[in-house]
Design a protein around this ligand. Structure first.
Ligand code: UDP
Ligand code: MG
Length: 309
C-alpha cells in the first residue's frame, strides 16, 4: 500500500484543528482509500489550546503525529520539521487554517501521476485583501526578475511531492529558509494545478506585513546574489554620471568663465550619494548577517515533545 504524509504547521489555530482533521479524514476515505497515511502536525509554539487539542487527537488516531516546538520558530521551519520525519511515498504540505482545502489534494495527486515530481497549488481566487493581492503579485514578478536561477516561485506552500523530492529537500539545511525556493532548487519536474483558495476557517492570519516582508527578503537574499551585482552597477552608473558632471563644470568654467553655483547642487549630490551608500551597505550587511547566522550552525528547531506511533 502506498503511503501519503501530510505536513501541517499549526500556530494558535485552536478553533480550526478539529474541523481541519475532520475534513482531511473525509478526504482520506473518499479519495485515498487505497493508501496508508500519516498526518504530521507541527505545533510551532502555540500559546492557545492547540497543543492540548493535538494531543487529544493523537490519542484517538495513532496515524496522527505531533511535533511540539519549544517556541515559535516560524512557518517554514515548521514545514521543514514535518518533512524531516515524513516517511510517505508522497508528501503533502499545506496550511492548517483550511485556506488550503483538503478536498483539493486529489487534484494535486492526479496531476502528479501524470508524470511530475512536484505539483503545487495555483490559487485561482486569492482570499486576501486587495492590497495584499497586489503586493503578492508585485513580489512574484520581482522575484522572477531577481532570481536568475530556475526556481519555481509561487506564494502558496500547498503542494504534493514524491518521496525522492522530499528526501532531497531534507539535505538543504539553511537557516534563512524559504521552503518554496528550497523545493524549487532541488529540481525535478514541477507542475501547477489550479485550486480554490478557501477562506480562513477561523482566527486571524499570523503573517503581518513585517513578517511578510522578512519572508520576501529571505526569498531574495537566500537565493540570489543579484542585489550585490545590482549595487555594483548602480555604483558604476554614479561614477560615470559624476565624471560627466565634472566635465560639464570644467567646460563652463574655462570656456565661459561661469563658476557653477554651489550650495544646492552640492547638497543634492551629497544626499543622493549618501543615501545610495547607505542602501548598498545595507545590502552587503544583509549577506554578512545571513552568513553569521548560518555560520553558527545551530539546529533549525528544538523539539519539546514528539508524539508518534
Ligand atoms: N504558522 C506557523 N508559524 C507561524 C505562523 C504561521 O506555523 O509563525 C502556520 C499557521 O498556523 C497556518 C500557516 O502557518 O497553518 C499559514 O499561516 P497564515 O494562515 O497565518 O498565513 P496566510 O494564509 O495569511 O499566508
Ligand atoms: Mg492562511
Amino acid at each position: 500500500m502506498p503511503k501519503i504524509s501530510f505536513v501541517i504547521p499549526i500556530y494558535n489555530e485552536a478553533h480550526i484543528i478539529e474541523e481541519f482533521y475532520r475534513r482531511l479524514k473525509l478526504v482520506l476515505v473518499a479519495d485515498f482509500s487505497g493508501f496508508s497515511y500519516e498526518i504530521i502536525f507541527i505545533d510551532d509554539g502555540s500559546v492557545d489550546e492547540s497543543p492540548r487539542i493535538l494531543e487529544k487527537l493523537h490519542v484517538l488516531d495513532k496515524n496522527l503525529q505531533v511535533i511540539q516546538f519549544s517556541r515559535n520558530f516560524g512557518h517554514h521551519i515548521a514545514l521543514t520539521a514535518g518533512s524531516d520525519v515524513a516517511k510517505g511515498d508522497f508528501v503533502v504540505m499545506m496550511d492548517g487554517d483550511l485556506q488550503d482545502q483538503p478536498e483539493e489534494i486529489i487534484k494535486l495527486y492526479n496531476k502528479l501521476t501524470d508524470g511530475y515530481d512536484v505539483v503545487y497549488a495555483e490559487r485561482m481566487n486569492k482570499k486576501f485583501g486587495y492590497i495584499q493581492n497586489w503586493l503578492s503579485k508585485a513580489f512574484n514578478i520581482a522575484i522572477k526578475k531577481l532570481i536568475n536561477e530556475p526556481i519555481v516561485i509561487n506564494s502558496t506552500i500547498f503542494r504534493i511531492m514524491t518521496k525522492q523530492v522530499a528526501d532531497n529537500v531534507k539535505l538543504l539545511r539553511e537557516r534563512n529558509r524559504y521552503i518554496i525556493g528550497v523545493v524549487g532548487w532541488v529540481g525535478f519536474k514541477h507542475a501547477a494545478a489550479e485550486v480554490e483558495h478557501g477562506e480562513r476557517y477561523g482566527g486571524k492570519g499570523k503573517y503581518n506585513l513585517s513578517k511578510r516582508m522578512s519572508l520576501a527578503l529571505d526569498a531574495i537574499f537566500s537565493f540570489s546574489n543579484y542585489p550585490l551585482k545590482l549595487i555594483t552597477r548602480v555604483g558604476l552608473f554614479l561614477m560615470v554620471l559624476s565624471f560627466l558632471a565634472g566635465i560639464y563644470i570644467i567646460y563652463k568654467k574655462f570656456i565661459y568663465g561661469v563658476p557653477v553655483l554651489g550650495w544646492s547642487s552640492l547638497i543634492v549630490a551629497v544626499l543622493v550619494i549618501g543615501g545610495m551608500q547607505t542602501i548598498m551597505l545595507g545590502v552587503i550587511g544583509e549577506y554578512v548577517g545571513r552568513n553569521y547566522i548560518e555560520d553558527k550552525n545551530r539546529p533549525l528547531y528544538i523539539i519539546k515533545k514528539y508524539l508518534h506511533g
